[in-house]
Design a protein around this ligand. Structure first.
Ligand code: ATP
Ligand code: MG
Length: 393
């Protein structure tokens, strides 16, 4: 039996009756993610997912890297499978873990035994394998307290498995297991992170970007497409909606009081996002808003902005410090793209003195100068979609 990958499922195991549905979602997300790396069999037993290559040509390193971005997996490791016989297990440990053993100064063996019919206890098997490994690698000390290397032996239903310890996975829940949401994706640092965080809770995303050609350039649009692609290893393939926003911004600029420019613009964004969300059967909107970061993110401004929405607005970054958001952006690989110079449509008609405590009635009065319904309708109709295929991490 050969080299394979073992994945430990996350919170899915808590889901009781929904468990089968969650598991199926996870397995199909994994199978799709593995396609570029060869042919694999993927199945689950006892909240572990088994990934077995079906040919010698499979790219196991690539597969392992790709699986690190799949939500719903808390830990993962490459492992070798073998027959459930103590001497076969020892042989496998010696051959499969030789490179790791040669690098380590100390080791211990840890055994998990879910097959209770196996004739040794976990402790007995650990001692047996540990003793023979110590003989095979006399330069490596046994250290049961703080070993450099933990040799893991798992005796399960179908086989025994040997590995050198699991690494953390992406965590979260399988994308698609918790519904769909529209996420407002600008070219900035925050919104890719807020999108990532909601996808991590199992939500499939439809990113929406507001684009103000010619005030914002084609390059700014390409940047958002690149950011969306960068998220696909986590979020899976997506359809990015590009909404032409220029007309609405010009109307606001020409007919509304300057301190209200930004807040009115944001109300239009939310109206359109809400419309697109309902048209696509979504349950929520997601933004990268963060309390107090800019004038449009005071509590009063958030209240006036979300008043136009019918769906809940999820703001996963609301209580983060900027440095925490930046750290997260670096970790998921969006930061480098986000800091490329660009114009956002929000910065095109920035008021000199934005209203920090906007008033709902005054916002409504300002909007009375505009044909809100028609503007929203026409803008939604002009929306274009760009397909973002699942990219390699
Ligand atoms: P970001 O770094 O994500 O751009 P920000 O701190 O610049 O956020 P704002 O410009 O006030 O904040 O935008 C707040 C949120 O509104 C963004 O996080 C994003 O969700 C949404 N948003 C802003 N501009 C756009 C846009 N052009 N297209 C889509 N969504 C946008
Ligand atoms: Mg922005």
């Amino acid at each position: 039996m050969q080299d394979m990958i073992l994945l430990k499922q996350g919170e899915i195991v808590l889901k009781g009756l929904n468990r089968r549905r969650f598991e199926q979602r996870l397995v199909s997300n994994i199978a799709r993610r593995l396609r570029p790396y060869g042919s694999f069999q993927v199945y689950t037993l006892q909240s572990t997912v088994y990934v077995e290559p079906q040919s010698d040509g499979c790219d196991m390193d690539g597969a392992l890297e790709a699986l690190k971005t799949v939500f719903g997996i808390v830990a993962l490791t490459r492992a070798a499978a073998c027959a459930k016989d103590r001497d076969v297990i020892v042989e496998k440990a010696i051959s499969y873990l030789a490179p790791a053993m040669r690098q380590a100064k100390s080791f211990k063996v840890e055994t998990r035994r879910s097959d209770k019919s196996f004739p040794m206890t976990s402790i007995q098997l650990s001692q047996y394998v540990g003793g023979l490994l110590a003989e095979a690698f006399p330069d490596v000390a046994v250290d049961v307290h703080t070993p450099e290397l933990v040799v893991n032996v798992e005796v399960r239903d179908r086989a025994a498995y040997v590995h050198a310890g699991a690494e953390p996975g992406a965590g979260g829940m399988p994308v698609g297991s918790n519904g769909t949401a529209v996420t407002l994706l600008s070219g900035g640092i925050d919104s890719p992170v807020s999108s990532y965080m909601i996808a991590k809770r199992g939500v499939r995303l439809i990113p929406v970007h507001f684009f103000s050609f010619p005030y914002t350039s084609e390059a700014a649009k390409e940047k958002v497409i690149a950011l969306g692609r960068r998220l696909t290893p986590y979020c899976g393939q997506m359809r990015l909606a590009i909404v032409p926003f220029t007309r609405i911004q010009e109307e606001i600029r020409d007919k509304c009081p300057e301190p209200y420019f930004t807040i009115l613009m944001r109300r239009f964004m939310m109206r359109i996002a809400d419309r697109l969300a309902r048209d696509n059967g979504c349950g929520a909107l997601v933004t990268g808003e963060n309390l107090g970061q800019v004038a449009s993110q005071t509590m009063q401004a958030l209240a006036v902005t979300e008043e136009v929405c019918t769906l809940p607005v999820l703001r996963p970054l609301i209580g983060f410090d900027k440095t925490e958001i930046v750290d997260r952006a670096r970790k998921i690989g969006t930061y480098e793209l986000s800091v490329l110079p660009y114009e956002d449509c929000c910065t095109v008609f920035t008021p000199r003195h934005p209203e920090l405590r906007p008033d709902l009635e005054r916002a409504r009065a300002a909007e009375a100068e505009l044909d809100v319904e028609r503007l929203v309708e026409e803008t939604v109709r002009g929306t274009e979609y760009v397909r973002l295929e699942e990219a390699e991490p």
